[in-house]
Structures are given as C-alpha cells and as structure tokens.
Design a protein around this ligand. Structure first.
Ligand code: GLU
Length: 298
C-alpha cells in the first residue's frame, strides 16, 4: 500500500484552497487544479477555500473574478466561507515584508529586467546594496542550502535554493509579489494542503523558505499534472487555453477526472456536476497520477 492510501482519508483539520489569478477565463488546466483541490479536500472531510490572487493589477481583467466564481458554481465546485481577495489584504503582506527586513532576510535591488534575464537565476548582484538610484524591488535572501519536500504526487523533491536565486517579494512598482502573498495567505488562512498544477513545483522551494523565515507552518503539497496541448505549437487555438463553457460542465468534469486517472464511468457524463464530484470524492485516488508531470488534453 502506498504512503498516500495508507494515510487514511478522514482529516477533519484539512483546509484546502483554489487560488486563481483573475487574468483570464478558467481553462482546462485551471479546472483540473480546481477539481483536484476540491475533491482532495472533500475526500478528507476538509474545507475548501477560494482565494482570488488579484494583486497584479496590470494583468487583472475586470469582471474576470466574478465570471470565474459563476463558473465554479456551475461546475458544482461550492466553496466554504467568504472569498478572500488579495487586493484587500496588503497590510498582511507589508507586515511580512517588514519582518523579513528586520531579520535581514531581504534587500533592495535596482537591477533592470535586461540585466536579470541575461544571467538566468538571479546571482545576488545587489546583495550588498542597490547599485543604482531610483525605484527598487525587494528580494528575499535565500540560504545557500538544498530544500527538500515530499510532494504527495511528485514524490521526493530537492531544489538548490541558491541556484534558484533571491526571489522578488515586492516589485519595483510597489506590487507585492506572488511568492510573498501566497505564503502569507496560506499561513493566515490555516491552509494545510496545497493541491495545484505542476507548473508551480519549482516555486515551492521559495515558498518553503519564506514560510520558515516568517515562522509560518508548511502545508502538505500535491502538484497535479499540467495539461499540455493536444499537438505542440498550437497554443492560441488549443483546448487548454479556450474558456470553458459551463453548459458543458458534466462532460468537462468527466474529462478532467479522466486526465487525473480516476477512470470515471461513461454514464457519469450525463449526471449533474454535483453527482460527478460526489462520485470522485468517494473514489479519489491520487496515486493514479503519481510522478506524472504532464497530461495531454484530448
Ligand atoms: N494564482 C496562481 C495561479 O493562478 C496559483 C497560486 C497557487 O495555487 O499557489 O497560477
């Protein structure tokens, strides 16, 4: 029996979450993350929160958050409690930033985008002081050590933090960065389990390091396979990037569960979304995607 199935299903303290950025409609990949985190939470008898990661105002699309919430409801993905919007929580991120600075774990960086991209991972050029005057970003000073964690899907993961480099926690335009906000919110919202797409696997070491630096608990992580294009090179027209039609909710839920290796029966396609999700909750088996980084959309 695998570690996953031996763990036992009922964990009353389980708190999961889906944390979309309202920068475009839900697509097959984001639906897969939403369904995976929802079903995993319900399977463990846990709560499931929805948090709108709307800090990047240049990319946020007006009306998108509401459209996403309506879509989640149409898909039977009913959340617990109130929706949190990161744009209303900036005082928390500022507090965390102050704590990092007090602990000498952050510094101001004046490097331009061009300077950074020339070098791959950020080499710490401004560690001993910003070199230029004018607006600066703030970076988190990472330790020179490996970060290890046991991902529930991807298994044992090891990353070299120093190679990943010091990550931006506040951009030069004053926007709090994703890495900081996600860690603060997962901590303050009592999230015990992060279930999300494997595109964020290599962000996880920064998040673990930030949790440690901010005295926040580290949740369990499960990085689900990423949905890739049916054929390479067709990104713009792909199913993955197409917005989902809530009228096709049952068929799409069936498709996502199939991609997650859950083998839903064909009859489920004509059931209501809530019935399909109830079936998935009862039959949930994360081992079906163990070690899988990518799945191809049909
Ligand atoms: N907001 C992030 C995104 O849409 C996801 C954050 C997370 O799940 O940690 O890619």
């Amino acid at each position: 029996m695998s570690a996953e199935s031996a763990a036992g299903a009922f964990q009353p303290n389980y708190v999961g979450r889906f944390a979309p950025s309202p920068t475009g409609s839900l697509h097959l990949g984001s639906l897969l993350a939403a369904v995976g985190s929802f079903v995993d939470a319900r399977h463990h008898g846990g709560r499931w929160l929805v948090r709108m990661e709307d800090l990047d105002t240049a990319r946020v699309v007006p009306g998108c958050a509401d459209e996403m919430l309506r879509a989640l409801e149409a898909f039977g993905l009913h959340w617990d409690g109130a929706i949190e919007y990161q744009s209303t929580r900036k005082h928390h991120y500022l507090e965390a930033l102050t704590r990092l600075s007090e602990r000498n774990l952050s510094y101001r960086c004046s490097c331009t985008r061009a300077e950074r991209s020339a070098q791959g991972g950020y080499p710490g050029t401004c560690r001993s002081g910003a070199r230029l005057t004018g607006p600066t970003a703030t970076r988190f000073r990472v330790a020179d050590e490996p970060v290890r964690f046991a991902d529930r899907v991807q298994g044992e993961c090891v990353f070299d933090l120093r190679q990943l480099g010091d990550v931006v926690v506040r951009r030069r335009d004053g926007t709090f960065a994703y890495q900081l906000a996600v860690v603060v919110d997962d901590g303050l919202q009592g999230v015990t389990d992060v279930v999300r797409g494997a595109d964020l696997l290599d962000n996880t070491p920064w998040q673990l390091a930030l949790q440690r630096a901010l005295d926040l608990p580290t949740p369990r992580y499960a990085h689900l396979p990423l949905v890739v294009e049916p054929r390479a090179g067709k990104l713009a027209k792909s199913r993955r990037s197409l917005p989902l039609v809530p009228a096709h909710a049952s068929v799409l839920l069936h498709e996502v569960l199939t991609l997650l290796g859950q083998a839903p029966t064909a009859e489920l396609k004509s059931e209501l979304p809530e019935r399909i999700l109830a079936w998935a909750t009862g039959h949930w088996n994360l081992d079906a995607v163990a070690g899988i980084r990518e799945v191809r959309a049909p």
